[in-house]
Write a protein that binds this ligand. Sequence first.
Ligand code: FAD
Length: 414
Amino acid sequence: MQSEKNRILSDSNSDILIVGAGQATGQLLISLKQKKYKGKIKVFADEKYYPYQRPPLSKKYLSGELSYERLFIKQRKFFDELDVEFNLSCRVEKISTNKKKIQTKEGQHNYERLVIATGTRPRRISIDSHESKNIYYLRNIEDAEKIKHSIKQNQSIVIIGGGYIGLEVAATAIKFGCEVTVIEQQDRVMKRVVSKEVSNFFEDYHLSQGVRFIFNDEINSIKRVNNKHEISLSTGKIIHADSILVGIGGIPNTEIVENTDIEINNGISIDSKCRTNINNIFSMGDCTNFWSELYGKKIRLESVQNAIDQAKVLADNIMNIDSAYDSVPWFWSDQYDLKLQIAGLSEGYDETILRGDKKTKSFSCLYLKEGKIIAIDAINRPKDFIQSKVLIQEKRRIDREKASNDDFELKQFI
Ligand code: FAD
């Protein structure tokens, strides 16, 4: 039955044109190949690379433990076999939904079906700095190279933002012997996503490795003095550093959609099948905002899981296999020998339960709302992480006494 459907698609010789060649596009191409898609595919990417993974850029690639070759999702040969036309270093400037065309500097291209997978870009600090030398943002391979070069020189680095990227870079920079200061606007690290207990644990761990923190403060201005940055903070403090990394979140890349009739609302609005409001235009990954049945609201996620799962759903739908996206979101962060794995979204929780012992660097924090589990942070506890995903999907009721008993396995709640 499925091959019959595939045949119809290939006969119609439909073109898929994809904008962006990141994690989601990499997965879409893999899934289409697995499903024996036969139509023509064109990819337009503003970077010069075939699809690669970004998570190592703030982790093992930055520390030098992962080679350049291993960043790539698949070897070039794989994509060549799929007969994909890659247009690298070729930014899409405009979309005309009426004419079913996209515009690049070099010319126009028609599409039958358009997939927008443009990801996000780093939010920038809005301060006056005439000297942007050694002020870094971390998004792509070039950014990682520059930061790597800088931290290898045992320099002092100020990191603006105590979120995942900032803390991962802090952990690596300390290993290279840098003097590291993290400036965070909030009163604790990763406040947007984890509980106070988990924040405090990570802060203490970083402190024990030599990282300095300044909380409840932000940058006023940056000047260049004696070949260093002089950073003035709102509270009047002045810090000097050789380099600065800014890690204060991402903004969805929706500029090319802004003057079209494609709906945007903190990202490109899609349904659970990755369809925009315009026929034959789809979107996936970090640039999308989608309705989550599980959480009963629209959400935008910046995570590999989301990019991969949405790409798989889109590939199914392209092949006329009915499929909808409603995964439990998950994410991870590596800092020193700590692997933080997060499943679900903890926003709106009214209770937390701790399992395990922080002293052993292996514990979990369960987030409950009205007695039901909505999320977990598992620190060096992969079993809790895996078992709780099912509980979160099924919104299971959790008994505090049992859950806080380390000998009780979470899967027993199923
Ligand atoms: P991307 O991978 O960002 O790809 C989008 C591509 O589209 C980019 O190459 C962009 O340049 C290109 N593009 C944009 N506009 C245009 C245009 N007009 N024309 C042509 N091309 C265009 N996630 C996790 O789950 N765990 C982690 O530990 C983790 N760590 C991360 C660490 C770092 C340093 C970064 C930057 C991200 C990390 N992420 C992590 C997030 C994860 O990498 C993203 O969620 C994922 O890459 C999203 O895939 P995507 O395909 O939507 O976007």
